[in-house]
Design a protein around this ligand. Sequence first.
Ligand code: ATP
Ligand code: MG
Length: 419
Amino acid sequence: MTYNKPKGTRDLFGKELQRLEAINGMARDFFLQHGYTEIRTPTFEFAALFDRSIGEATDIVEHEIYKFETKGKGKVYALRPEGTASVLRAVIENRLPMPQRFLYIGSMYRRERPQKGRYREFQQIGIELLGESRPFYDAEIIELGSRYLHHIGSRDFRIELNSIGCPRCRGQYRIALEKFLTPHLSNLCDDCQKRFTRNFLRIFDCKNGTCQHIYDDAPKITDNLCAECGEHYEQVRNHLRGFGVDYTENKKMVRGLDYYTRTVFEFKHGGLGAQDTVIAGGRYDLLVRELGGADTPCIGWAMGPERLLLTMDDDRPELKHRRTFYVIAIGEKYMDQMIGLRDQIHGSGNICMLGDPGEPIKMQIKKADRVSADYALILGEDEEREGVYAVKDMKTAKQEKVLIAEFASFLVRGMGRKD
Ligand code: ATP
Ligand code: MG
């Protein structure tokens, strides 16, 4: 009897996990520099938290949440499908003062159809700025996303921006949209017919070509904002120009969660197919109140690092893995030298494993290969006499002698280069 992992999940190890961890590590450093500190919340919560925050009529809550009940008390839990609701729950529960800047990194769970860049357990890196309402911060948080992507070596993305207003603008707008849609209703897909009665802005999220064609000519929320939301949106665009961030406006972008107000945005990557959004977010000024807290304007976004990594080559210097050395001493009398060498390699930030000096050299070389070392470092009698280490590049099988005195600079420059 053998066991398989559940559909849409992955086992991460080796280079793939290293790349993911490199992205996470760079996110921690980068956002910490901007005052964002890490928050870790449980991977499961009471299901009601997500029903309330994400919205009962959204795809996530209707179809994608993993819910479970435990024996006894009849409480319903859910694996978290996203991070924002939990962060807000934690902020309210722990009575944290405002403003706050948070970074979270962790697994999210959605029962979606698995495909390239879409999994049932996936990672998100997210930032949330809580307690700031000013449009300057909408622009700043977008700029942070853009600069982070540049920082990790991702280039080919574009930013789409929209404003979906507040309940006040939506009331007026709904009437205009209904008037436009009435003659088209029978041509809309079943989902859109339902969406229109339950959560009308979401019709714009539809993937159906016929529906989208109709919506091209529909009035847009962006053109029907109330005075305050209109002013806010204009300020956001001004500040984005101030930050030097390029964006395009997409009046049909409304996002898949119920809680957004005013600014919404997505970062799309040119190198991805249908799943091309790498960062998505927006402002959610009403959500803290909705979850039982005080009025607290907030803005944030979430990124899918796995999707992002699909767009990045292995040899980007930003993701460069540390090199792995396997030290092969021929005979136990080289123990001290071997340990010194290991410490020197560790000191340079690289990885070092030790062969057992009592084992035959052939066997040690074989093991260096099995653990995927980049280099085997050999020290035996010949090397001792000449004052060198023999360095074998395990990929090319090329071997060169490096003077012991020059080994420190070898660690920096690598094999085959003399400069
Ligand atoms: P999509 O339109 O791709 O379904 P979404 O609107 O559901 O995205 P959000 O919930 O805002 O996306 O999530 C933010 C980011 O998290 C996405 O842009 C994406 O990079 C990543 N993400 C979302 N769902 C998945 C998934 N199932 N697998 C991998 N990454 C995901
Ligand atoms: Mg989705």
